[in-house]
Structures are given as C-alpha cells and as structure tokens.
Design a binder for this molecule. Structure first.
Ligand code: ZN
Ligand code: ZN
Length: 460
C-alpha cells in the first residue's frame, strides 16, 4: 500500500487545507517567489489592504518538523510539508468523551460501525472490549497528525532522516517507519487558543481508534485509558522559549486520554510509566512532540509574534553580505546563500569548525590524505563545511544577527538559538537522546556543538 502518495486526490478535501494553501503557499525550491516577499503571510506587507481570507483566519500556532530548513526536500505539497499551520476552523470539529460500556466484539458494535460516531475501543481480551463514545464538541477544533494520507490526517508526517544521511531507499523507509499512521490528535479551545491539548492516537476514516489486545491499557476511577505502541512523547521547555533562557525539561508520555506519564523503561515496553500529577498535556510555546521517527516543535501564535520572520532573516543575510566578507586567501568576496545551494561555488563561504574563521574554497592547508584543513588565519587544523543560513524562523529563540553556526553542518543562527538547541535532548533510537541541528537534524559534534563565526569583512 502506498502511504506517502501526494496525488491521491484527497488534497484539499478539508476546508482548512484550502485556506492554508491560500495563505501560506508552499516554498518549494522551484517556486518562483519574489525574494522580498515575507514568509509566513504573503500579504503581510500590505496588511492594510482588504483581504477577506487573511482577515477572518485566526491562527492558533504552528507545528514544525525538526530537520527541515523551510520546506521538505522535494518541496511542500498538500498535507505533506515541513510545517503545518493551525487555523481556527470555520466550523468546530472537536469531540469530547461521553459514555462508555463493555462489549464482547467491538468490531460489530453500533458505535464502531457508525462512521459518523467517534469512538475508541480498548480491547481487553478476545471476548471483552470497552468502547468510549465521543460526541461533538462545539468548543474545540481538532487536528490530526500521522503517517497516513487518509483524509482525517491534517498533517502527514514521515520519518525524518538527517540531511547528510541518504538513509534507506523509499520502499524500505515505508517498511521501517516507526511513526503511527494515526499518531496523535490536537484539540484547541476555540475561545481560548492558549489551551491546546495533545492526545496519543488519531481517529481513522471510520472515526474509530482501536487499541488492540497487546496495547498497554488500564482502568482507574471507572475511566479507561491506554498508550499507543511507540507512544507520543512531549517535552515542555522549562522557562520561556522566546528569549533563549529556557532549559530542556523532562520528556513525558501522553496517553490516549491525554494523561501525563513518566517514560516507559523502553519506548514500546508493556508497563506504563507513573502518573505525573503536576504536569498537563497543554502545549506551550516551544513544546517538542516526539512521534518516534520525527520530532515536531509547537510554536504558539503569541510566541511566533515575537520571533523573526523569514523576511527578517533574509535581511540579516543581506546585511552580512553588504559587509563584503572576503576570503583571506583568494581575496574574493564571499556571499552567504539564502537557500541551501549557492549560486556560485566561487562565492560560497566555508567555516573552519575548530576556530570559526570564514573563508572561500581553496587548497591552502589541505592535509595530506585527510579531510581536515589547516586554517591559514590561526593554523588550527580541523574540518570545514559550507556556511548556510538557518532560514526556518520557528526555530529561532530570539532576533539578532546569525553570528554562530552549528557543528558539523554549518547552519547559521543567533548565538542564543544555537546555544538553546545544543542543550535540547531529542529522543534517538530506543533509549538514547542526542542534540541535533533543528534545520537539518544532523547530530551535533564537538563540545560545544557550535562555533562563533569570524568574518573578515568591512575591509574596504
Ligand atoms: Zn582559524
Ligand atoms: Zn544543520
């Protein structure tokens, strides 16, 4: 079964998608946009003009996949994109828990057969299941995330492989994927968008969620709850994401019913963790959501209003280029590209990752039979990499000049931004954590995992 199909005819079947695409056109590398155009809202520069669509849309926030610098490599398409913007629905589509009861065979029960009725079936044994019915909730909007391209999934997320890693072929990627087809759902209070909650598992095309016999489940105070196979983990940063003072918080697991638990012994262990009473499933600006295969960053609309726009970031690149940084060896002018690929190899700046000196491409200091080079400025030997702007605004914790770069990938960002992400532990494999560059998902190297850039500029 082809799961990643983009052209399956389901695009645009949801009202919110159409408006999303109107307001936020995909920034694929091939799309011909005027460079001076602001990123998030193409109408931002003339917001005083009438535009019915943008006027009526209320933005709740954005979910951004770590590892993409503004768009997916083949370009954003339909519900497959590097980020998903949550807008207030024209009509509420949220659901809330109502009655529950025990049945012998869930697949034959009325609530499950009725495709208009949302329900969750918890299979306890071969002959017993608990069905929880859900009713419409006029006060919430629901958004679903998963690997499936079926219509109920608003944001289709595939496994992320670091940009420098070609990884397995497309076919084996499907087979190996650890992201659930209906991974999680997010419900936002239509009257108070700061209350945006996350729950494990999403409803399928028949509006059902099935937790099989093997899934972890339990019953407490007459309420039943459970965990999905690989689980949905979240991490609320301690402190404000904006400003860069926040620290990495503890990773927690979220249940199907929205409860908060300490992590299981391993990702898919049978035994659930302990209840964490003093924490909740309400997303805050900067909360990370780990789907086991991809990690999403939640940015609230309020938080984003304090962050730079893509246009701001492009202007910062222009400001550095205006200083005409020079290669100390070739004495040619270097130009930092706004996009991943430089137009001119001659002008592409490289950073020496040990010392931070920025130079052009040349053979000076090339060590024999090694990939390392000796820096002609300070004679320190080490690896070099092409410099490239981190252009996805959501990953920035503050505004300012991009004077630092991540090691080893060379993505540039502000000092506070690189220092923040260097301290953020992202789940990796079944038990470990690593720090990654948010723009390309490459594991950071060295200590620290970044370097301060030294340009030779403003020389004339
Ligand atoms: Zn140097
Ligand atoms: Zn990077």
């Amino acid at each position: 079964m082809v799961i990643c199909s983009d052209g399956d005819g389901t695009e645009g079947s949801l009202v919110v998608e159409q408006t999303t695409d109107t307001v936020d056109p995909p920034h694929s590398p091939t799309s011909k946009h005027n460079n001076s155009r602001p990123y998030v809202n193409p109408h931002g520069s003339n917001s005083h003009h009438n535009n019915d669509k943008t006027k009526t849309l209320t933005k709740y926030g954005e979910l951004v996949i770590l590892g993409y610098n503004g768009f997916l490599p083949p370009g954003d398409r339909g519900r497959r994109r590097s980020k998903f913007i949550l807008y207030k629905r024209s009509v509420a589509n949220g659901v809330k828990r109502s009655k529950h009861y025990v049945v012998k065979t869930p697949h034959n029960s009325q609530a499950v057969l009725n495709v208009k009725q949302h329900s969750i079936s918890y299979t306890l044994s071969r002959t017993q299941a608990v069905i929880v019915e859900y009713t419409e909730d006029d006060n919430t909007d629901m958004f679903q995330i998963g690997r499936s391209s079926e219509p109920p999934i608003d944001f289709v997320v595939m496994d992320t492989y670091p940009a420098n890693d070609n990884g397995p072929s497309n076919e084996s990627r499907m087979a190996q994927s650890t992201i659930s087809r209906f991974a999680c759902r997010i419900l936002t209070d239509r009257h108070n968008p700061t209350i945006t909650r996350i729950y494990a598992a999403g409803f399928d095309s028949s509006r059902n969620i099935f937790l099989g016999e093997k899934a972890t489940k339990w019953q407490e105070n007459r309420e039943i709850d459970g965990l999905t196979t690989n689980g949905i983990l979240i991490m609320h940063p301690q402190g404000q994401f904006c400003g860069g003072e926040a620290k990495c918080g503890a990773w927690r697991e979220i249940s199907v019913g929205g409860g908060v638990f300490s992590l299981r012994e391993s990702r898919s262990a049978q035994q659930k963790g302990n209840v964490v009473d003093d924490e909740d499933n309400i997303l805050k600006d900067g909360t990370l959501i780990d789907l086991c295969g991809a990690t999403l960053l939640w940015r609230s609309a309020e938080g984003l209003s304090k962050s730079p726009t893509k246009h701001d970031l492009e202007e910062l690149v222009d400001a550095i280029n205006a200083g005409r940084p020079q290669c100390p060896v070739g004495l040619n002018t270097l130009v930092i590209p706004r996009k991943t690929v430089s137009d001119s190899a001659q002008q592409q700046p490289y950073v020496y990752l040990k010392c931070g000196h920025v130079q052009g491409y040349h053979d000076w200091g090339q060590e024999k039979d090694k990939v390392t080079r000796r820096c002609p400025m300070c004679l320190e030997a080490g690896p070099t990499v092409k410099l490239c702007m981190g252009i996805e605004p959501a990953f920035y914790v503050d505004r300012g000049p991009p004077t630092y770069a991540f090691n080893p990938c060379g993505h540039m960002a502000t000092e506070k931004t690189v220092k923040y992400w260097e301290k953020i532990a992202i789940p990796h494999g079944t038990n470990g954590y690593i720090a990654i560059c948010p723009f390309c998902a490459v594991p950071l190297e060295g200590s620290p995992g970044y370097v301060k850039l030294i340009f030779q500029d403003n020389v004339d």
